[in-house]
Design a protein around this ligand. Structure first.
Ligand code: HEM
Ligand SMILES: *[C@@H]1O[C@H](CO)[C@@H](O)[C@H](O)[C@H]1NC(C)=O
Ligand SMILES: *[C@@H]1O[C@H](CO)[C@@H](O)[C@H](O)[C@H]1NC(C)=O
Ligand SMILES: *[C@@H]1O[C@H](CO)[C@@H](O)[C@H](O)[C@H]1NC(C)=O
Ligand SMILES: *[C@@H]1O[C@H](CO)[C@@H](O)[C@H](O)[C@H]1NC(C)=O
Ligand SMILES: *[C@@H]1O[C@H](CO)[C@@H](O)[C@H](O)[C@H]1NC(C)=O
Length: 322
C-alpha cells in the first residue's frame, strides 16, 4: 500500500463514518444480551397487543423527524423540559411508551447506562412489526445516543400533517435527507394502524370549505368513512388506515392507494406526481415493499444522529440524566 492508497482508504473510511456513525450490533461487547432482551420483551408484549407494531413504529418515526433519532419523543414534560414533543398537537395518540420503559428497566439491570433509549426504540419498532413473521423484517444499526432536549414547538414544520400535498411531503422528507423513494416506501407504514377522525374530518366534510368531500377519495369508501366518523365525531373513535388489513404488515396499502382508498390526503398525494406514482406501482408486491421499506427505515434511522460522545445514555427514557 503506498501513500496514495492510504489517502483513498482514509477518505473512504471517514466517508463511511460520516455516513452514519452506527454499526451492526454495536453492543456486542458492552451488552451482549441487549438486542435479544429488546426482542424478547417486545414479542411478549406483542403477543398480547396486536397493535403494538403500529404504536412503536409511529413513535420511532416521530422521534426521528424531530431533532433526529435521539429519543426526544420519550422525554416527559418536566422542569427545564417545559412542553416536550410528546405534548405537541400532532402527537395525538402516541402509544407504546410503557413497553419502551419496561425494556429500558430490564436492560439497566444487566448493563447500566450502556444502551441508549433511541436504539431501544429503533430495535423495538423493528421487533414489534416483525413479531407475526418470527424473523427480523429489516436490519437496525445501533450506536445512537440520547438527546437532552424535547420541545413541542419543534413538532410543527418537522412532521407533515395529514392534509399535506406532495410538494410539502417531498420537501419535509428532503430536509431529513430522505428522497421520494423513502417517502413512498415509508408511507407504506400506514398498512398498519389506525387514525382518529380528526385528521380526515375536512377531507370528508368540508374539503374546499363548501361542505364537500375530496373528489379524489373513492365514493363508497368516503361513504363508509362518514358512517364511522360522523361530524362531529367522538374523540375516542378510530378507523383502520388500511381497511380490513390494518393489523397485517403487508403491501396492501399500495393496492388500496391505487383504488383511491388512501385515508389521508398525504397518502393520496403520492399518486399526484408521476415519479412517485411509478414508485407506488413498484411496491405492490410484498417482497418489493419489504425490501424497500427496510432500506428506507435504515435511512430514517440515521436522521441527525448523536453518536460517539455526543448526547448521553439516559438511565430513564422519560427524563434526562441529572
Ligand atoms: C408521509 C407523511 C405522514 C403523515 C402525513 C402521517 C400522518 C399520520 C396520521 C395523521 C396518523 C393518525 C394519527 C391519529 O390521529 O391517531 C398516522 C398514523 C400512523 N402513522 Fe403516519 N404519517 C406519515 C408518515 C409516517 C411514517 C414515515 C411512518 C413510519 C415509518 C408512519 C407510521 C404511522 C403508524 C404506524 C400509524 C398508526 C399508529 C397507531 O395505530 O397507533 N407514518 N400517521
Ligand atoms: C430470550 O428468549 C429466549 C426464548 O424464550 C430465551 O431462551 C432467552 O434466554 C431469552 N434471552 C434473554 C436475553 O432474555
Ligand atoms: C393480556 O391482555 C389481557 C386482556 O387485555 C389482560 O387481561 C392481561 O393482563 C394481559 N397479559 C399480559 C401478560 O400483559
Ligand atoms: C399529546 O398532547 C396532548 C396535548 O395536546 C396531551 O394531553 C397528551 O397527553 C399527549 N400525549 C402523550 C402520549 O403524551
Ligand atoms: C402545497 O401546500 C403548500 C402548503 O400548504 C402550498 O403553499 C402549496 O401551494 C401547495 N402546492 C401545490 C402544488 O398545491
Ligand atoms: C367549512 O370551511 C369553511 C372555510 O374554511 C368555514 O368557513 C366553515 O365554517 C366550515 N364549515 C364547517 C361545517 O365546518
Amino acid at each position: 500500500m503506498n501513500k496514495f492508497h492510504i489517502v483513498i482508504l482514509l477518505v473512504f473510511v471517514l466517508g463511511v463514518l460520516r455516513a452514519s456513525g452506527l454499526s451492526e450490533n454495536f453492543y456486542k461487547d458492552s451488552c451482549r444480551q441487549a438486542e435479544t432482551l429488546v426482542r424478547n420483551i417486545t414479542w411478549s408484549r406483542a403477543q398480547n397487543d396486536s397493535r403494538l407494531g403500529a404504536k412503536i413504529l409511529r413513535l420511532h418515526y416521530h422521534d426521528c423527524f424531530v431533532r433526529g433519532c435521539d429519543a426526544s419523543i420519550l422525554l416527559d414534560t418536566a422542569g427545564t423540559n417545559a412542553a416536550a414533543e410528546k405534548d405537541a398537537r400532532p402527537n395525538l395518540s402516541l402509544l407504546g411508551f410503557e413497553v419502551i420503559d419496561e425494556i429500558k428497566s430490564e436492560i439497566e439491570k444487566v448493563c447500566p447506562q450502556v444502551v441508549s433509549c433511541s436504539d431501544i426504540l429503533a430495535l423495538a419498532a423493528r421487533d414489534a412489526v416483525s413479531f407475526p413473521f418470527k424473523k427480523k423484517m429489516w436490519e437496525v444499526l445501533t450506536g445512537r445516543r440520547d438527546g437532552t432536549i424535547s420541545l413541542s414547538s419543534e413538532v410543527t414544520g418537522n412532521l407533515p400533517g395529514a392534509s399535506s400535498n406532495f410538494t410539502t411531503l417531498k420537501n419535509i422528507f428532503a430536509a431529513k435527507g430522505l428522497n421520494v423513494n423513502d417517502l413512498v416506501a415509508l408511507s407504506g407504514a400506514h398498512t398498519i394502524g389506525v387514525s382518529h377522525c380528526g385528521p380526515i374530518t375536512r377531507r370528508l366534510y368540508n374539503f374546499t370549505g363548501n361542505g364537500d368531500t375530496d373528489p379524489s377519495l373513492d365514493e363508497s369508501y368516503a361513504a363508509t368513512l362518514k358512517t364511522q366518523c360522523p361530524n362531529p365525531a367522538s374523540a375516542a373513535i378510530t378507523v383502520e388506515m388500511d381497511p380490513q388489513s390494518s393489523e397485517s404488515f403487508d403491501a396492501h396499502y399500495f393496492t388500496a392507494l391505487k383504488q383511491h382508498k388512501g385515508l389521508f390526503q398525504s397518502d393520496a398525494s403520492l399518486l399526484t406526481d408521476p415519479a412517485s406514482a411509478k414508485i407506488v406501482d413498484s411496491l405492490l408486491k410484498p417482497d418489493s415493499f419489504f425490501s424497500e421499506f427496510g432500506k428506507s427505515m435504515k435511512n430514517m434511522g440515521q436522521i441527525e444522529l448523536l453518536t460517539g460522545s455526543a448526547g448521553e445514555i439516559r438511565t430513564n427514557c422519560r427524563v434526562v440524566n441529572a
